[in-house]
Design a protein around this ligand. Structure first.
Ligand SMILES: Cc1ncc(COP(=O)(O)O)c(C=O)c1O
Length: 375
């Protein structure tokens, strides 16, 4: 696939720089929204992928019911455009709680967590602030990262939330991050997931705590979510941009790749390779799927992949192409994992028919770092 886009608006910009194909991002948003509409699912995209208010607006205009965030910073920034936020991460520590309680009162905040130790201080901070925070009990669906391991634990936590003034039990959440395989290989994983979700919904309902929300969804499993009965909303993040891993899993097509890092060839001195100015500090040194080599590939020449990365150098492997670039030539690179590449950028250049505009990534970073008086 050769790159048909008009890249001339990018000419004045120094590299390496992240480039967003706005038309592709809009199409990706519309496709996710349309899928969710057809299957009666609420679409709550995770903003950790893009960290941009402009991109969040695209998602909300396309039909997102609210946004998912991972950090207080993302919550604060996204509260400017969304009044329904899910923090899909346990907020531990007084500073984080204080920041969450400082969100505009118009924001309906829901938090996913898996312990009494997380629930107690959150409920107390909410009560003291005169707020009520929604609670989703996080369930381990197989990734083995966070989440309660039994329906009994979920019932106990849900009951505890239901009994506290500052918290309102709303349901459960899970993240099927263990199913990072092509759709054709998801069959048994989805069947296990369906049984697990059914068990949790059943146990909670039997205890009089029927979940109003069952929040799941990742990009690799997004288009199969309707096959897991009981799920009410999905939180995919990556599908707004996609990346080389998602393409490698067959969960997007090449024309759905909306994010690249524009880089310049700086050396061809060593035969069989070209070196670009995008290294690990622009692309992120993310290992690929077992089926793929390297740390990224060219958008227009996927047979050219990034064989090695140091901080400011990316080594392009030319063994499978007759193309021999010159020093000064520019290329667009698709990273293996887009979210961590985005997190390394100050801004993305939003490329559309109107030219290229720098969009700030306001959700990036974590500050302010503490809630006390400045040191
Ligand atoms: C809790 C949670 N929800 C949703 C997502 C989004 O999944 P994906 O990146 O596959 O779109 C992630 C990704 O890390 C996550 O950790």
């Amino acid at each position: 696939m050769r790159d048909a886009a008009d890249l001339s608006p990018l000419d004045p910009f120094e590299t390496p720089v992240a480039v967003l194909d706005v038309g592709r991002a809009r199409r990706n948003a519309d496709r996710a929204a349309d899928y969710c509409r057809r299957h009666g699912l609420a679409w709550r995209p995770h903003v950790k992928t893009h960290k941009s208010l402009e991109v969040a607006r695209i998602q909300l205009e396309a039909g997102a019911a609210g946004l998912t965030v991972a950090t207080p910073r993302e919550a604060e920034v996204m509260s400017a455009v969304a009044d329904d936020l899910l923090l899909a991460y346990p907020p531990i520590g007084p500073s984080k709680l204080q920041r969450l309680m400082g969100l505009p009162r118009t924001v309906r905040l829901t938090v996913g967590l898996d312990s009494e130790a997380a629930l107690g201080p959150l409920a107390e901070a909410s009560r003291a602030a005169g707020r009520q925070t929604g609670l989703l009990v996080e369930v381990d669906a197989g990734l083995g990262r966070v989440g309660v391991g039994t329906p009994e634990e979920a019932v106990a936590l849900a009951r505890s939330a239901a009994e506290r003034d500052g918290a309102a039990f709303r349901g459960i959440m899970f993240y099927p991050g263990h199913l990072r395989v092509p759709e054709s290989e998801q069959e048994s994983g989805l069947a296990d997931l369906s049984r697990l979700v059914d068990r949790y919904i059943g146990a909670l309902s039997d205890a009089g705590l029927e979940p109003e929300v069952v929040s799941g969804g990742s990009t690799p499993t997004l288009w199969q979510t309707h096959r897991v009965p009981g799920v009410t909303e999905v939180r995919p993040g990556t599908c707004i941009y996609n990346d080389r891993d998602i393409l490698g899993m067959g969960a997007c097509a090449p024309e759905d790749l909306a994010y690249t890092v524009l880089a310049t060839v700086v050396s061809t001195a060593v035969p069989g390779q070209a070196v670009v100015d995008a290294g690990s500090k622009a692309l992120a040194k993310e290992p690929p799927l077992p089926t793929l080599p390297g740390f990224g590939a060219l958008l227009a020449r996927p047979e050219v992949w990034v064989r090695a990365l140091s901080e400011e150098h990316g080594v392009l492997d030319l063994s499978e192409t007759a193309w021999r670039p010159s020093v000064g030539e520019r290329v667009r690179i698709v990273p293996n994992h887009v979210c961590v590449s985005v997190n390394l950028q100050d801004h993305v250049l939003a490329l559309s028919d109107g030219g290229a505009t720098a969009w700030r990534l306001d959700g990036r970073g974590r500050g302010p770092y503490h809630s006390g008086p400045s040191a």
